[in-house]
Design a protein around this ligand. Structure first.
Ligand code: BES
Ligand code: ZN
Ligand code: ZN
Length: 513
């Protein structure tokens, strides 16, 4: 576990095992030069020569550690480490540079962990380089410190008892202490929530069943004073949730429809609804996935995980907006009770759909969830988040979630939130021409887009559009971004927790339209 704290002491006055330096490429900036002079004169003669010899020049991704025995103030000898971390060239767009900073920082945490360094200090980099407020930088770096520390090791017998506990001190200007403390607290809450979402997504479906995830949501509600409603098949039947019921039908694990509510203390606050796909395992149902494609489908509840974790953040950060999180949780299984191809289902809003593939199950449960959210809470904005289509992973890969909406202002706001937080979104079109793809001869719509239209990510959105009437609405497809993000050190191997950082940023800064 990592702990991030602020220090008001001058950098060198901190009594730590390790001093971390974030250096720009070629080591030419004023702060790089000052650092090297100080280390060379006071601690480590010839450090510049040594760095040169070992080709450390501040390139992004470089990390070089030197160890020295140093006379401590009490007269004893003390081991000190100097960690030089390459930020790279800072001549890109501000959001790219911020991302490189996050990664450089995450690299330092990884190294701390690897070398079992218990405490270290790092100076807050010069904000001028990143075009964001210094408190924002503290928040971003705190979040990423937690993300870098995450590992799914619960079931690794050799690792789980050897948990590292390290403290990272960030040197900040004492005169703005309260502002930085707030940023640190926010970053801690957000970083931990991201990791909580990742942990749920990484847990396999024999452990994290719909009932278990619902229990986790209820526990959060009890602990943080959120309203929580959980119901199953019977109530869903009374409400006419044919979409939720037909996906739930095939599994022996009972599905749970979960609603978490955060109510702002201000009067007349607008409401935002977040709706997350929660398929704890997606076999495809009777339209069974081939074995290779089924691998990893424990993560098909990543949307719901992101929403539950985000609700926990709001319970603590208390935005002036009401937020409702709606999570239909099911397991998509084939069985004698499972839905078939050709079945026709009627949703809560009265619309009907022909099931052409039981593997297009996400849209069936989201249809009822979107309508439920709009009907019961009259939200100004609805955002749904789902590992919805393989096509999305193919088209955008792992670095951008797809966003589809007819509300360009909403798209632009979310896109800006993505650039700042690193949870990036890329817009795909949502236009009437695509709507004919989901025409059905026997029902109002079909749950798969016609092959002739291709664009499965967009045609899935056309399906969902039938279940939102008047709210401003955006759909996020996180099929590519929810796990296995390559090359981003702080994302690690498994789940990414995508959506949490984006939602928090969006809601905390939401302005009524
Ligand atoms: N959960 C999958 C989407 C998915 C597939 C995410 C691969 C990540 C990687 C979803 O339920 C699904 O199976 N979608 C089908 C829809 C199709 C049958 C119209 C797909 O994308 O193949
Ligand atoms: Zn599926
Ligand atoms: Zn699915």
């Amino acid at each position: 576990m990592i702990s991030v704290q602020l220090t008001q002491k001058k950098f060198w006055e901190n009594d730590v095992e390790c001093y971390i330096f974030l250096m720009t490429e070629n080591l030419e900036s004023a702060s790089d030069l000052a650092t090297l002079d100080k280390v060379e004169n006071d601690f480590y003669p010839h450090v510049k020569e040594i760095l040169k010899k070992h080709k450390f020049n501040g390139k992004h991704g470089q990390n070089f550690v030197l160890t020295a025995m140093h006379d401590s103030s009490e007269g004893s000898k003390k081991l000190v480490q100097f960690m030089f971390v390459g930020l790279g060239k800072l001549n890109n767009s501000w959001h790219r540079e911020l991302e490189l900073l996050r990664r450089a920082f995450a690299g330092a945490i990884e190294r701390m962990k690897g070398l079992v360094i218990q405490n270290a200090v790092v100076a807050l980099p010069d904000v001028k380089m990143f075009n964001v407020h210094s408190a924002e930088l503290v928040k971003q770096l705190t979040i990423v410190a937690f993300m870098a520390d995450y590992e799914f090791i619960k079931f690794k017998s050799d690792k789980k008892d050897k948990e590292w506990a390290g403290t990272l001190l960030i040197e900040t200007d004492p005169k703005d202490h309260s502002m930085f403390i707030q940023a640190l607290q926010q970053g801690t809450i957000i970083g931990q929530a991201v990791n909580q979402a990742r942990n749920w997504a990484d847990l396999p479906a024999n452990i994290l069943t719909p009932s278990e995830l619902a229990k986790e949501a209820k526990q959060i509600a009890d602990e943080f004073n959120l309203q929580c409603t959980v119901f199953g098949e019977q109530k869903a039947r009374e409400l006419g949730m044919g979409g939720f019921l037909c996906v739930d039908a095939g599994s022996d694990q009972p599905g749970k429809f979960v609603v978490l509510e955060y109510n702002a203390s201000v009067k007349n606050a607008p409401t935002i609804a977040l709706v997350g796909k929660g398929v704890c395992f997606d076999t495809g149902g009777v339209s069974l996935k081939p074995s290779d494609s089924m691998h990893g489908m424990k993560f098909d509840m990543s949307g719901a995980a992101a929403v539950i974790a985000t609700m926990k953040v709001f319970a603590q950060l208390k935005p002036n907006v009401n937020v409702v999180g709606v999570m239909p949780l099911v397991e998509n299984m084939p069985s004698g009770k499972a839905a078939r191809q050709d079945d026709i289902v009627t949703f809560m809003n009265g619309k009907t759909a022909e099931i052409r593939s039981t593997d297009a199950e996400g849209r069936l449960i989201l249809a009822d969830a979107l309508h439920y959210a709009e009907k019961n809470y009259n939200p100004e904005v609805i955002i749904d988040i789902a590992t919805l289509t393989g096509a999305c992973a193919y088209s955008l890969g792992h670095f951008y979630s797809a966003i589809m909406t007819r509300d360009q202002a909403l798209c632009d706001t979310l896109s800006a939130a993505g650039k700042l937080t690193g949870d990036k979104v890329w817009q795909l079109p949502l236009e009437d021409d695509y709507k004919d793809a989901i025409k059905s001869d026997v029902a109002d719509i079909s749950n798969t887009g016609s092959k002739a239209y291709l664009a499965g990510t967009v045609t899935a959105t056309c399906f969902l559009e039938n279940f939102v009437e008047k709210a401003r609405w955006a759909h996020l497809d996180i099929a590519g971004t929810a796990d296995g993000v390559p090359g981003v050190n702080y994302m690690g191997k498994g789940a990414s927790g995508v959506g949490v950082r984006l939602f928090v940023e969006f809601v905390m800064n939401y302005k009524k339209s």
